[in-house]
Design a protein around this ligand. Structure first.
Ligand code: BES
Ligand code: MN
Ligand code: ZN
Length: 508
């Protein structure tokens, strides 16, 4: 991964492949952002004009390359757009900094070292630039050039080194901000790797094995229920979904504990390593990216490891509900009734509504420990993509205050999210003549119906929220800001923030 350091060096004397500066959109054209004074001076104070001549406007995500002024050791200046210039006496927002740093890092793929001279006024800004740069530099090359060279044949190796100019390497707060950004970005990028890994290589067993390795490395407790243990425990939902696959399902429990804390959060992730739809097979056009259906479990996994690396004063249990949804002679049929871990029976009307079945068992398992709150994360419904698009996830909850707190946490870390309701009248659409409930209801409002189904498997009195990340989990379009093509790592940063806020007593 990209290495990141704080540096007090002055831009002109710095040996690097490029100097990154910020340019904002001012009322009368591009404006050079603070941090780039030395570069502007070397251009005789005419840098804004030079940028305008080159067509730069300062718009978000815009990248303009120009030769460095004479006397600079670095040959190249990369001016990255920060969007609208802030009002007088206010600074650039954290998300503008993250996005700009991400776009710059991506534009510098193939380079060894870049110095970032972006406007960082405090430790928080430093963390934002660090996070953006580390996330933006990400690329997934494992399956190019056999993954042997560390360098993709068809692409460029990620930017290897970033020096943040203007950072204070001896200041505790700055150091902590870089440490936090590094831990979060590294784990988030690992989640992206998992999501991007093709389903012939990532199945429930191999995912569980990775969790065991990570647990050892980070001092977490890990428990893996294999198909025999699931059978013995009565996990009918997870077993039912995995029944059609050669790769048997798993339920992984990862626990991070802090001896000084009595607070307990549970994170539950949907981990369908491939969703073919099962017997209710998805048509071509709807299954090519369904390796991403374990994005919720990847997010939970990354967040628990990040919480451990940050030593947060809170106990966090991660539950990964892992199965592959495949059609075969042993697969669950539409019409089958499953007896779930909670004891409830479910009539499976559509085997493509599998996420809620594995989550139901994991939610009930998580509930048995009576945590203070449960947050589940899932690529659950196409309906949520229709409702909110590809960049925003939906938040449902059995508690209004908790839903609002999650929404706030998401916005704070730069993850667009929106509250969604759980309308009681949609529950009766899931009434089954045969079982306690069906796994499908009304088509309209399908994301909310799924949320109502999950709610039935949350233990009495436990605060719970559900994040439907089906939209933002996987980016089929071009990269933007610090978001790459493919797996995005959606919800990781929101979960980490929720853990931090719980640790500091600012949530729940
Ligand atoms: N994994 C899908 C949801 C999905 C769709 C994720 C698009 C990412 C992008 C989920 O398992 C599914 O198939 N849901 C069905 C439920 C329906 C059968 C009730 C859906 O949304 O169509
Ligand atoms: Mn499905
Ligand atoms: Zn699915």
């Amino acid at each position: 991964m990209t290495a990141l350091t704080l540096s007090t060096a002055a831009a002109p004397g710095l040996r690097a492949d490029a100097i990154v500066i910020g340019v904002a959109k001012g009322a009368k054209g591009p404006v050079v952002a603070p941090g780039a004074e030395a570069v502007d001076k070397a251009y005789d104070g005419r840098l804004a004009g030079v940028l305008e001549t080159l067509g730069a406007s300062g718009a978000e995500g815009e990248v303009t390359k120009l030769p460095a002024p004479s006397g600079f050791k670095a040959p190249l200046v990369v001016a990255v757009g920060l969007g609208a210039e802030p009002e007088k006496d206010s600074a650039f927002g954290a998300e503008a900094l993250r996005k700009a740093a991400g776009a710059a890092a991506r534009a510098l793929a193939g380079s060894k070292k870049a110095a970032f001279a972006l406007p960082i006024g405090d430790a928080g800004d430093t963390g934002a630039v660090a996070e953006g740069a580390l996330l933006g530099a990400y690329s997934f090359d494992t399956y190019k050039d056999n993954g042997n060279s560390g360098k993709a044949k068809n692409g460029k190796a990620p930017l290897a080194e970033v020096a943040l100019l203007g950072g204070k390497p001896r200041d505790k707060a700055y150091k902590a901000a870089v440490q936090r950004a590094t831990a979060v970005a590294e784990e988030l990028n690992r989640a992206r790797d998992l999501i991007n890994t093709p389903p012939n290589d990532l199945n429930p067993q191999s995912f569980a094995a990775l969790a065991q390795t990570a647990a050892k490395e980070h001092g977490l407790k890990v428990q893996v229920l294999d198909e025999k243990a699931l059978e013995k425990g009565g996990y009918g939902g997870i077993l039912g979904v995995g029944a059609g696959s050669q790769a048997a399902p798993r339920l992984v429990k990862l626990s991070y504990t802090h001896s000084k804390s009595a607070k307990h959060l549970a994170f539950v992730g949907k981990g369908i390593t491939y969703d073919s739809g099962g017997i209710s097979l998805k048509p071509a056009g709807h299954n090519e990216t369904m390796k991403c259906d374990m994005s919720g479990a990847a997010a939970v996994f990354a967040a628990v490891v990040a919480a451990a690396r940050l030593g947060l004063e809170v106990n966090v249990t991660g539950w990964l509900a892992l199965a592959e949804n495949m059609p075969s002679g042993s697969a669950t049929r539409p019409g089958d009734v499953l007896r779930m871990y909670s004891g409830k029976t479910v009539e499976v009307l559509n085997t493509d509504a599998e996420g809620r079945l594995v989550l139901a068992d994991a939610l009930w398992a998580a509930s048995q420990e009576k945590p203070d709150a449960i947050v589940d994360v899932a690529t659950l419904t196409g309906a949520m993509v229709l409702a909110l698009g590809h960049r925003t996830f939906g938040i449902m909850a059995n508690d209004d205050a908790f839903r609002s707190a999650l929404h706030e946490a998401a916005e704070e870390v730069g993850e667009p999210a929106w509250p969604m309701p759980l309308p009681e009248h949609l529950r009766k659409g899931m009434d089954s003549p045969t079982a306690d409930i069906a796994n499908m209801g009304e088509r309209m409002g399908g994301g909310l119906v799924a949320g109502l189904f999950l709610r039935e498997f949350v233990g009495e009195g436990i605060t719970w929220a559900h994040l439907d990340i089906a939209g933002p989990a996987f980016n089929e379009g071009g990269p933007f800001g610090y978001t790459p093509k493919g797996g995005t790592g959606s919800a990781v940063r929101t979960l980490v923030r929720v853990a931090e806020l719980t640790a500091s007593g600012d949530l729940g």
